[in-house]
Design a protein around this ligand. Structure first.
Ligand code: PNS
Length: 162
């Protein structure tokens, strides 16, 4: 049986914390789909296609597991994508009690809707404080985000800063 899992998120932009969770999840399943999803509750910095491209480049450059595919999803429920590709598990990183409170209702609803389970991974402590929103803020104010993001993202943000 081919065990397929999905790591969904905004990835706006992908951080070193995301890459850590993605690689560890890829080691647990036959196939791992990293799914860039539009989150209407957030103001986006990067277009979806750019986030996909930076994820692909970062995964390649960091030489993560080779069973990872990156794609995006903009129409319908996340669990519809899971059903379409035969994935039965979602994987999310959990950094704090705030993440637990945010993720728990979504995990329960996704299981109610389609029987899709959510597995939570604790972060590497080195990345526990890193978030995309922090990266967006530091980058927008001209700060150095290279300790928090893959080189491809740091280069992109540097090249596109005003
Ligand atoms: O990185 P984020 O912004 O915390 O990711 C949140 C995301 C995109 C995973 C979440 O908003 C989501 O699951 N959106 C899909 C819409 C959906 O299926 N909603 C109903 C069940 S929660």
């Amino acid at each position: 049986m081919n065990r397929i899992a999905v790591v969904p998120g905004s990835f706006d932009p992908v951080t070193l914390g995301h890459l850590d969770v993605i690689d560890r999840a890829a080691g647990m399943f036959d196939e791992l789909h990293v799914l860039v999803v539009h989150n209407p509750g957030k103001t986006a910095l990067l277009p979806i296609a750019q986030r996909v491209s930076l994820l692909e480049q970062s995964i390649r450059e960091a030489q993560l597991h080779d069973n990872i595919v990156v794609t995006s999803w903009s129409v319908g429920l996340l669990v519809d994508y899971c059903t379409d590709v035969g994935a039965s598990v979602l994987v999310k990183g959990i950094r704090s009690q705030i993440d637990v409170a945010y993720e728990t209702p979504m995990a329960i609803v996704n299981r109610d809707l389609a029987g899709v389970e959510t597995v939570f991974l604790l972060p590497d402590p080195a990345h526990a404080h890193v978030s995309s929103s922090l990266v967006r803020q530091v980058a927008s104010l001209g700060g150095d985000v290279s300790p928090y993001v893959p080189p491809a993202v740091a280069n992109y943000l540097r090249a596109h800063s005003d």
